[in-house]
Unconditional design. Structure first.
Length: 288
């Protein structure tokens, strides 16, 4: 939770020196280097078969697109609001689950599910509408980007669920990180300014590396390990506290001030997401 909460704060600071594509390229290259030795060892020992490597291309491609939307949105939104709005991903993720997994279709008959959807949508509207200058081009652009990130984050979660079940967390995420780094580097070459990395001050390099280690290399593996130990519902529920941690830290660091009604909207959004997770967990328990 602490690792994920810190990511928007780092990204906001890097906007002063790097474009979104170069940020992603640098950070994911560092994260890939962390787990590359484990991936190479897995290949050497035959733990990563060719079919697995092919199957992991899909979540990696989705993750690359999601990261592009995610990092780009911070140039138009503040960290707290950005992290609140992305919680909208719970709606497309459950809808995708209903479409792709037969066992999830019972959600359509759940009152909790539809109440959660209504609360999430209401929360998103309140968080956006009560932002000062919400009709500005910058806010609308940021909103579009963060909604894109939310949809692709949902696709990523579903893709991971379908492709990495029962496999080593470190090896699977390591492969995804390497693939994503390649994708982010290609995007940076065509649309970013990777050469600007060479002109960064030493402290900036340290901060980028720290953000890559905490927000990518460590956070993802910890999250997947936690899911394996205590289950999706508890992890996803705990994750909903992230936007509030980010908003409080952003207020101290960047002076970000959410209006009172934005806090209310954020609380409704997160509560609706929690209700959706509750309905989903209730359905799974009923089936078992």
């Amino acid at each position: 939770m602490l690792c994920f909460s810190s990511v928007p704060l780092f990204l906001k600071y890097f906007t002063r020196s790097l474009d979104a594509y170069t940020q992603n390229s640098y950070r994911y290259t560092v994260a890939a280097c962390v787990w590359l030795p484990a991936v190479l060892l897995g290949l050497r020992r035959g733990l990563l078969k060719r079919n697995v490597l092919v199957r992991l291309l899909a979540p990696a491609a989705i993750n690359t697109v999601m990261q592009t939307f995610w990092a780009s949105s911070i140039y138009y939104l503040e960290p707290g609001m950005m992290n609140l709005l992305v919680q909208f991903n719970v709606i497309p993720s459950t809808l995708l689950g209903i479409c792709l997994f037969k066992e999830e279709r019972g959600l359509l008959g759940s009152k909790r599910y539809w109440l959660g959807v209504a609360m999430c949508l209401s929360g998103v509207v309140m968080t956006l509408v009560f932002k000062q200058g919400f009709r500005s081009d910058a806010t609308m652009r940021g909103f579009g980007l963060i909604m894109g990130a939310a949809v692709f984050w949902a696709l990523y979660l579903v893709s991971v669920r379908a492709n990495v079940r029962g496999r080593s967390t470190i090896l699977t995420f390591g492969v995804i990180a390497v693939y994503t780094a390649v994708g982010c580097n290609l995007i940076a070459v065509f649309f970013g300014s990777p050469s600007r990395i060479l002109s960064l001050q030493p402290h900036m390099h340290l901060l980028v590396i720290a953000s890559a280690l905490t927000g990518i290399a460590i956070a993802h593996v910890c999250y997947y390990r936690a899911i394996a130990r205590i289950g999706v519902a508890i992890c996803a529920g705990a994750y909903l506290a992230n936007p509030f941690i980010t908003a409080l830290l952003s207020r101290s660091i960047y002076g970000e001030h959410l209006a009172a009604l934005q806090w209310v909207g954020g609380a409704i959004l997160v509560s609706g997401a929690a209700l959706l997770l509750w309905a989903q967990n209730k359905l799974r328990k009923a089936e078992t």
